[in-house]
Design a protein around this ligand. Structure first.
Ligand code: NA7
Length: 549
């Protein structure tokens, strides 16, 4: 199908009428539903999973954990919620976030309007009626004035096509679709493919259980030590004494992380420059403080030469940690700057390779050729396995939307409109798709900032917009092409000169992990405050840059 045409349901087709259909029941969809209810709109959330939580429902692999502190990575919209809920760990594990989101759903009585086990397959705009027709995998249809896609930035998993996959007689698992009942890996030979955030978190956990773990590494990772530990009750009490102030600070902070208390306290920006520090002194700093790219050195994340000096220090840290020099060398990242990919945080990742039951398979010495009935065949030999785990990432930012047949004004398909990269004004709405809102869409800070802070901003912006339309007797809103083009140009401009867009940087931020995906840097790198100021200024000016009808 290359173009779609508006479909008006016939009289015999049953259609549920709503003000708003929300797709996805993660952090975005849950708050959107609550907010819409508060504003008096009828809404239903359609969610593919059999439970709520989005990312935190699906990613239940061993070691799955957030790398933003729990007090930061939580809703600020309800003071009561913040006072009631007690976080236990500084960095929340998947389970705790999933419990939290379930609590929110029950606390605000949202479950009745969340339809689980429902995959949205198509959304078609009927221009004459100014309504979206949303269709699901079970053939259900919903008609709504507005559609909010809360589909997530890292929710469309990718698994490489490896020949022979179906022949494997053991078990194949994927980290982002880990069985809810868990998996007992004890006594088994496990092959883990992928060493991004997921692979780094899973490695030490799987190593603890499996008889043997083979880690298949294509690109060595800059993995930094993650915080672990329980939240100091005093710290939590201080937070609860004034949560609003803290949430305001978050929105005023570049990455939406205010820095709160204890080890996570407001980190003064570093002033020490690696290029101005003699090599022996750099080593002394490494001895005393370990290696924290952004916290230790002022220049490592802003200057490519300083970055390479930082990389060398990082490699020294790996050499000091990993006993086998050959393995240490293979685990040492080279050829791309620190910070070009999403920073990875792990506990005992490099240490895991000192265990007798962990083997690094450096794919530079022979790539994966096929999956056989008994394991993985590489250019350097065959590995006998009982379980293969794919931790191979996601079609980020645009993948989840492009997998739905979204058909806008004049029969245009979103995935075709976005064939050269995702385009949306403020990451909130795309030209040609009136009344469809995106939460953390391409062109929003999204994955470069605390997701929850960005999500809350978007939800409230969308709510204000719907109220504005209602109050002004209007029915449609859509960005102008000019305003959208200008925003995309601005998004590109602010990413120039950053590590994200360095020529040697191949990350999911630029779509490099998906064969054929255009190389476009997708999130907004100008920081949350600048973003919020611009998006809110448009709203205050009567939605400047948008056409309202
Ligand atoms: P990532 O960061 O995209 O990592 C995927 C990993 O899988 C990465 O090491 C890839 O190597 C590897 N990969 C992908 N395809 C292959 C094939 N065909 N062969 C071998 N290795 C492969 O995904 P994650 O799930 O770890 O993290 C995603 C985000 O979630 C993370 O950034 C946080 O924001 C949370 P490559 O580097 O491409 O050589």
């Amino acid at each position: 199908m290359t173009t779609g045409s508006p479909h008006t349901p016939g009289p015999d087709e049953s259609v549920t009428d709503l003000d708003v259909v929300v797709v996805g029941a993660g952090f975005g969809g849950i708050y959107m539903l609550h907010h819409l209810q508060q504003l008096g709109f009828s809404a239903r959330v359609l969610e593919m999973g059999d439970g709520v939580g989005g990312t935190w429902y699906w990613n239940r692999y061993p070691g799955a954990r957030c790398d933003v502190p729990s007090l930061e990575y939580s809703y600020g919209f309800s003071k009561e919620l913040q006072l009631e809920w007690e976080w236990t760990e500084i960095m929340p594990a998947q389970e705790e976030i999933e419990q939290y989101l379930n609590h929110v759903v029950d606390r605000f009585d949202l479950r009745g309007d969340i339809q689980l086990g429902t995959r949205v397959t198509a959304a078609t705009y009927d221009e004459g009626r100014a309504r979206w027709l949303v269709e699901t995998d079970s053939g259900e249809r919903f008609s709504a004035s507005f559609c909010v896609m809360a589909t997530g930035c890292l929710s469309a998993p990718t698994v490489p096509e490896v020949p022979g996959r179906d022949s494997f007689q053991g078990r194949i698992l994927q980290t982002s679709m880990w069985p809810r009942e868990g998996v007992d890996l004890s006594g088994l030979r496990v092959g883990l493919i992928g060493t991004g955030s997921t692979g780094v978190q899973a490695t030490p956990e799987i190593a603890r259980d499996a008889a043997h773990l083979y880690v298949f590494q294509r690109t060595a990772t800059y993995s930094f030590p993650a915080y672990r530990g329980m939240i100091d009750p005093e710290l939590q009490a201080t937070f609860k004494a004034n949560p609003d102030d803290f949430r305001r600070q978050q929105r005023e902070t570049f990455a939406g992380v205010a820095g709160f208390g204890g080890a996570l306290g407001p980190a003064a920006p570093p002033t020490r420059r690696i290029l101005d520090t003699p090599v022996e002194e750099r080593m002394a700093v490494l001895d005393q403080e370990g290696f924290w790219a952004a916290r230790t050195w002022a220049d490592v994340l802003v200057d490519l030469e300083a970055n390479e000096a930082g990389s060398e220090l990082f490699r020294e840290m790996v050499r000091r940690t990993v006993h086998d020099p050959e393995v240490a060398e293979a685990l040492s990242p080279r050829g791309y700057p620190i910070g070009c990919k999403r920073l990875v945080f792990g506990v005992d990742y490099f240490e895991a390779f000192n265990r007798d039951n962990v083997t690094l398979v450096d794919l530079h010495k022979g790539a994966i050729e096929s999956i056989t009935p008994t394991g993985i065949q590489t250019g350097q030999g065959h590995y006998d396995l009982d379980v293969i785990v794919f931790a191979t990432g996601f079609d980020a930012m645009t993948g989840a939307l492009n997998r739905i047949d979204i058909c806008g004004r004049g029969g245009r398909l979103l995935r075709e409109e976005w064939s050269g990269g995702g385009r949306a004004l403020f990451g909130l709405q795309s030209h040609g798709f009136p009344n469809m809102f995106l939460i953390t869409g391409p062109g929003s800070p999204s994955v470069l900032a605390n997701m929850v802070v960005g999500i809350e901003h978007h939800v409230e912006w969308i709510g204000d917009c719907l109220i504005y339309l209602r109050d002004h007797g209007c029915h449609t809103i859509e960005p102008t092409l000019e305003a959208q083009d200008a925003w995309v140009a601005h998004v590109n401009e602010v990413s120039e000169g950053t590590m994200y867009t360095a020529p040697t940087c191949n990350s999911w931020y630029v779509g490099a992990n998906i064969p054929g995906k255009p190389r476009v840097f997708m999130p907004y790198a100008g920081g949350l405050p600048a973003y919020i100021e611009r998006a809110d200024a448009s709203a205050s000016a009567g939605y400047e840059g948008f056409t309202i009808g």
